[in-house]
Design a protein around this ligand. Structure first.
Ligand code: OSB
Ligand code: MG
Length: 368
């Protein structure tokens, strides 16, 4: 197809409750959306970069600059563009995976809408609904944490993930395990807040039958994850470290991780995400779908990805209302702890253009 325009939409959407992690506290989601206009139709992609470079080095203003100055011109100057050819077209740009993922997804959406094929069908989905978990931020106090968790349990979430950091780890885990009972699925995510000196302390988590501990150490430090995995019974799961299929296979083979969190944005797009899924399946390593507080645009694609065979653990694919009072698309609603995989062409969801305007931080940048 021929790309005729790339639009960059910048929105601010209030979160229904603040989300606090070891790297900071967010009260709103700054969302960068990409729309491609092509000779066969339009497509949307959501950039998962956050407002500040605190989860990874990418951030919204940086992603916007790379899209505007490098990625959009590359697709606008090409005579023929396909989602599958996109990575090759922009391989001269190092990194900036979240920016690349957003544009690749928009291209794929345009392509599949034209072909009348859904993301799920294209990725290789084997189920029509996916088990959902919920990621629970650091709370102001233990009673408030227990209240929040109890609310999610009532809503039907099939797995709870607690954000942890030094000073907020063993006690909240102990209390939540007591609230949930021994059989409930419970895991923790440290977002790189610990270092090798904390290994003895982290071993205290073994008392609580956790599904996994996610990314305790900085993203480039595979060695300390290997050391922890040797010394702890709780499975170690990498998030931030996994930037592509090569790193994933390497980390698995070196026993740094035995479960992988797949986020398409972090690895450069859904095509790479599927490759990681396939490689993990071959190695017998289960995966689950991570989240980045996406709107319905990104959530639709995540849910389709989570419907692949080897996504055997519930994902951070929560319902729209866990994040936003009103979603940018038709809302994703939990039924019996699951979300339905969209079946309409492309992402299967429709952007509500009046909300796009209502929540805009500035007029869209239109590149031609
Ligand atoms: O580490 O998984 C993470 C949100 C923003 C950035 C990083 C992470 C998260 C979450 C929330 O844990 C996942 C979600 O509900 O979208
Ligand atoms: Mg994480």
């Amino acid at each position: 197809m021929k790309v005729t325009a790339v639009e960059l939409h910048l929105l601010a959407m209030p979160l229904v409750r603040p989300f606090e992690t070891s790297f900071g506290r967010q009260t709103a989601r700054t969302v960068l959306l990409v729309r491609v206009r092509t000779d066969v139709g339009d497509g949307w992609g959501e950039c998962v970069a956050m407002a500040d470079p605190v989860y990874s080095s990418e951030y919204v203003a940086g992603a916007e600059a790379v899209l505007r100055d490098y990625l959009a011109p590359a697709v606008l100057h090409a005579d023929e563009v396909t989602a599958e050819g996109f990575a090759g077209l922009v391989s001269f740009v190092i990194g900036h995976r979240m920016a690349k993922a957003a544009l690749e997804t928009a291209l794929l959406d345009a392509e599949l809408r034209t072909a009348e094929r859904s993301f799920g069908d294209y990725f290789g989905a084997v189920r029509d609904e996916v088990d959902c978990g919920v990621s629970v931020g650091v709370a102001p106090s233990i009673p408030e944490l227990l209240d929040e968790v109890a609310g999610y349990v009532d809503e039907g979430y099939r797995r709870i993930k607690l954000k942890i950091k030094p000073g907020w780890d063993i006690e909240p885990v102990r209390e939540v395990r007591e609230l949930l009972g021994p059989d409930a699925l419970l895991q923790v995510d440290a977002n790189t807040a610990y270092d090798a000196a904390d290994i003895r302390h982290l071993r205290l988590l073994d008392a609580y039958e956790l599904l996994l501990i996610e990314q305790p150490f900085v993203e480039e430090d595979i060695a300390t994850h290997i050391q922890l995995a040797r010394e702890i019974e709780t499975p170690v799961c990498l998030d931030e470290s996994i930037l592509g299929v090569g790193v994933a296979v390497d980390a698995i083979e070196r026993h740094a991780t035995s479960i992988i969190n797949i986020k398409a944005g972090r690895v450069g797009g859904y095509l790479e995400a599927v490759r990681i899924h396939d490689a993990c399946a071959e190695l017998g390593v289960p995966v689950w779908c991570g989240g980045m507080l996406e709107t319905g645009v990104g959530r639709a694609a995540n849910v389709a990805l989570a419907a692949l065979e080897n996504f055997t653990l519930p994902g951070d694919t929560s319902a729209s209302r866990r994040y936003f009072a009103e979603d940018l698309t038709e809302p994703f609603e939990l039924v019996d702890g699951r979300l339905r995989v969209p079946t309409a062409p492309g992402s299967g969801v429709t952007v509500r253009e009046e909300l796009l305007r209502a929540w805009a931080v500035r007029a869209p940048v239109i590149l031609t």
